[in-house]
Ligand binder design. Structure first.
Ligand code: UFG
Length: 328
């Protein structure tokens, strides 16, 4: 298998690149490095390039005889997507359309696509199954839903085979400790909490404690990045074995509140942090928990990490050894 990984220098991309290589695939990481980090790419071939650069994409696909693509390259901040929709529609929709065009021109017809729990919006119940109504409440979720629909149409019309993976809350780091999460700015809860443990931040702000949950804070389904990475490999292998196009949720199926995450991080690190409750962050659904029965049944996927403290430990191992991320 010769796999092109767009966004291969990003957080989930780099973990997937490493695992693809470990499972014997030929991996070509492709990233324009606007958000990703060159040091995060742990495979032999890296191409610095943009998904809008047709010529470079075509040359790369031909040179390495690419037969499958895993497409991570996208912007993924919910808040930013509301302030700068143009950026998100351009990059996530137009950019992916461009990549699909190139793939079809080169007769590459297998694609694993990064989608998100944000396609569901505020769900009517939990756990969320794939057939729930798709009603995204933010631009980011809409860009991903648009592309899921486009891929469905391309699948029917042009024989594109795709697997859309709807991630819940990605977190943790590879256990070897040389890659991990490094966003700028960081907006995600677990890295922010761990940066507070390291003294890089004064403390954390809890965005609202008046949600209809037991302790009043939002509940999320936190999934280890290597469990996400493995799902991409199973999806690729499944398509090569003849599986049809499909969309799957990816979460563990357990929910943790913001306060529970803070408490678990304090236990893992042995450090008590300052917390302040502030206003709700707009657009945060109260509870998001995945049903991952579909991917367990179809692809035999199982999360290796189900204990939240074990997940946070892997992230802590990364952050305490790389307090400045890849910038050290
Ligand atoms: N939170 C805080 N304080 C912080 C940061 C986060 O209280 O400083 C809270 C948030 O309000 C939320 C929870 O912690 O309740 C998790 O927040 P994250 O920002 O870590 O993650 P989100 O659930 O907002 O986002 C994730 C993915 C997105 C995806 C979204 C779907 O990162 O890509 O789920 O809803 F779109």
């Amino acid at each position: 298998m010769n796999v092109l990984v767009t966004g291969g220098a990003g957080y989930i991309g780099s973990h997937t690149v490493k695992m693809l290589k470990e499972t014997g695939k030929n991996v070509i990481a492709y990233d324009n490095l606007t958000k990703g980090h060159r040091e995060a790419v742990k495979c032999d071939v890296f191409v610095k390039g943009d998904i809008f650069d047709d010529e470079l994409l075509i040359n790369t696909i031909k040179k390495y005889n690419i037969d499958s693509v895993v497409h991570f390259a996208a912007y993924s901040l919910v808040g930013e997507s509301m302030e700068k929709p143009c950026l998100y529609y351009h990059n996530n929709v137009q950019g992916t359309l461009n990549l699909l065009d190139v793939m079809l021109r080169c007769n590459v017809k297998k694609l694993v696509f990064s989608s998100t729990a944000a396609v569901y919006g505020e769900p009517e119940a939990v756990p969320i199954t794939e057939d729930f109504m798709k009603n995204p409440t933010n631009v980011y979720g809409r860009t991903k839903l648009i592309m899921e629909n486009v891929m469905k149409d391309y699948s029917n019309a042009y024989g594109l085979k795709y697997t859309a993976l709807r991630y819940f809350n990605a977190c943790g780091a590879d256990e070897e400790g040389n890659i991990g999460e490094d966003h700028s700015p960081e907006t995600h809860l677990i890295p922010i909490v761990l940066q507070a443990c390291l003294g890089i931040r004064e403390g954390i702000k809890i965005f609202g404690d008046d949600y209809p949950t037991e302790d009043g804070t939002c509940i999320r389904d936190y999934i280890h990045v290597n469990d996400l990475a493995r799902a991409h490999i199973l999806a690729l292998e499944g398509m090569h074995e003849g599986h049809a196009s499909n969309a799957y949720n990816l979460g563990v199926g357990n929910g943790f509140s913001v306060k529970e995450i803070v408490k678990a991080a304090e236990k893992v690190t042995g450090i008590t942090i300052n917390k302040e409750t502030v206003q709700r962050r707009s657009g945060d659904p109260a509870i998001l928990i995945a049903s991952s029965d579909k991917i367990r049944g179809s692809l035999g996927w199982e999360p290796k990490y189900v204990d939240i403290k074990a997940i946070i430990s892997t992230a802590w191992n990364w952050h305490k050894n790389h307090p400045n991320g890849f910038g050290e």
